[in-house]
Write a protein that binds this ligand. Sequence first.
Ligand SMILES: O=C(O)[C@H](O)[C@@H](O)[C@H](O)[C@H](O)COP(=O)(O)O
Length: 244
Amino acid sequence: MSQPILHVSKTADLAVLELAEFFIRTAKETIAKTGRFSVALSGGSSPKKLYELLASPEFSSQLDWDKVDFFFGDERYVPSDDPDSNALMVKKALFDPLHIPAKNIFTVDTSLPPDEAALKYTQAIQHRYQAEQVRFDLVLLGLGDNSHTASLFPHTPVLHDTSVSVKAVFLEEQNVYRITMTAPLINLAHHLAFLVYGKGKAEAVDAVLNGAEDIENHPAQLIRAAEGEVHWFLDEPAASVLSV
Ligand SMILES: O=C(O)[C@H](O)[C@@H](O)[C@H](O)[C@H](O)COP(=O)(O)O
């Protein structure tokens, strides 16, 4: 299993720029080899700048976007028009500006009960890959200041789920459901890329990368590429307590 590859930039904008360049490079190489590129997007606030940059003329002109299949590493269990929806955030930042066709966008159907929504999403992913091994070309990830990633939150049963699938997670503290890819599904990806910036994430970054193994409290430690590479795109504040 390869060591994480760190990309530390002076500022958040520079970290986003480096990840945008990595995204385009990886997508072009993959499309040249296989004809298509599948990416599972992360949600929350950090990646919005990335999606907006990819939608800008400087980047959008570099890729045949019709050859990209978009999935979501996790989704909040809210209606598709809810401001908290990851799919709505990406629709506004990336899909609409680039006129991505609906046939290439795979969102979680949160109109279904949580477990059914998770099962249907698992089936949609399996259908896209047919009988082949479900391996995303790229999975984008964020990191919470409590070391969660996707919706793999501390002390939740999904941390011990060994299935290659998507599951519903109930977060007791917030009294909400989330829909998330399991760590085994995420880890099958050819490339994994965390985008983490801001001083508030520094302790979590160090605990995940250098801390003693403790997945209950630091679930992002579960992210270990099975055969691919794990990249961390950080700004200096987020990397500031990394024990060397
Ligand atoms: O649905 C989500 O919120 C994300 O998938 C989640 O895992 C996110 O990456 C972290 O919570 C960090 O969120 P911020 O980027 O907003 O700090």
